[in-house]
Design a protein around this ligand. Structure first.
Ligand code: NI
Length: 271
């Protein structure tokens, strides 16, 4: 596959401190044309922007994760606003609600989510949304919000899919779609309209089979694509291409390599 986009990575995390450049090199060799590196707090958002400045095919999202919601002070929100004006910042995220780990009190999570959705609306940016055991509250908040984005590492099952799609949101699928026990996720993979599908690693976490249990990295997004393709009975190349186009449309990221490849193919008269 030559047209891969990893729509959700955390390459700024300490798990990559020893070999970040090598990991990014492997991503390029694996055919990735874009990586969206997603911030989880202020420091991580700053690091995401720095990575995007250093590498042409890396883009940044800035935001405070629900786990860190209690760190979203007015001063932090103001700095996120400043960071978000950087030309390579293409989304606000990762934001949302996590009632599974509850690392910030729920009212604090809801306030941080609302404030950052408002920031995204103000700047006209899409939202990268984390929802874990909080789908009712997340979908209610998005229903009152006038914008689009992605439900990343979607875990709402086929039963919430219609609601997500009716909000105009895309569905991000990651490593767990490759897990033998993840039947519901493969049902989602089969059902999601091809123009609403994004593929992601969420690295260093959620490592797909066959590397499950070890550190994840963007090059492994191909295993997610292959699992989605199997679930749909389609070719991986078409899934990769659709997901790249969707990332291009949603985040307005430059997928010039992808387009150039396609153009060259066209001129050669290839398939
Ligand atoms: Ni994440």
């Amino acid at each position: 596959m030559t047209q891969l986009v990893d729509s959700h990575a955390h390459l700024d995390f300490p798990q990559f401190d020893g070999d970040r450049g090598t990991v990014i090199g492997r991503a390029r060799e694996a055919g990735l044309v874009a990586i969206l590196n997603v911030g989880t707090d202020l420091a991580s958002s700053r690091a995401a922007v720095a990575l995007a400045e250093a590498h042409d095919f890396i883009y940044a999202a800035v935001g405070v994760h629900p786990h860190d919601a209690k760190t979203l002070t007015p001063a932090v929100l103001e700095e996120l606003r400043t960071l978000a004006r950087h030309p390579k910042v293409v989304a606000i995220g990762e934001i949302g609600l996590d009632y599974y780990r509850d690392l910030s009190p729920r009212p604090v999570q809801r306030r941080a989510f609302a404030e950052q959705l408002a920031l995204a609306a103000e700047l006209g940016l899409p939202a990268v949304v984390h929802s874990r055991e909080a789908h009712d509250d997340v979908l209610a908040a998005l229903g009152e919000w006038d914008g689009v984005g992605v439900l990343h590492s979607y875990s709402g099952g086929p039963e919430r899919l219609e609601e997500v799609l009716s909000l105009g949101f895309s569905v991000g699928l990651s490593g767990p779609v490759t897990f033998p026990e993840a039947r519901k996720l493969r049902a989602v993979a089969a059902l999601v309209p091809l123009d609403r599908l994004l593929v992601e690693t969420d690295c260093p976490y959620l490592t797909p089979v066959p590397h499950r249990g070890r550190r994840n990295e963007p090059a492994y997004v191909r295993y997610v694509v292959e699992a989605v393709a199997r679930a749909r009975g389609e070719e991986p190349e078409g899934i990769a291409r659709a997901a790249a186009e969707n990332a291009h449309r949603l985040f307005e990221i430059d997928v010039r390599n992808y387009r150039d490849a396609e153009e060259t193919e066209g001129k050669r008269g290839g398939p």
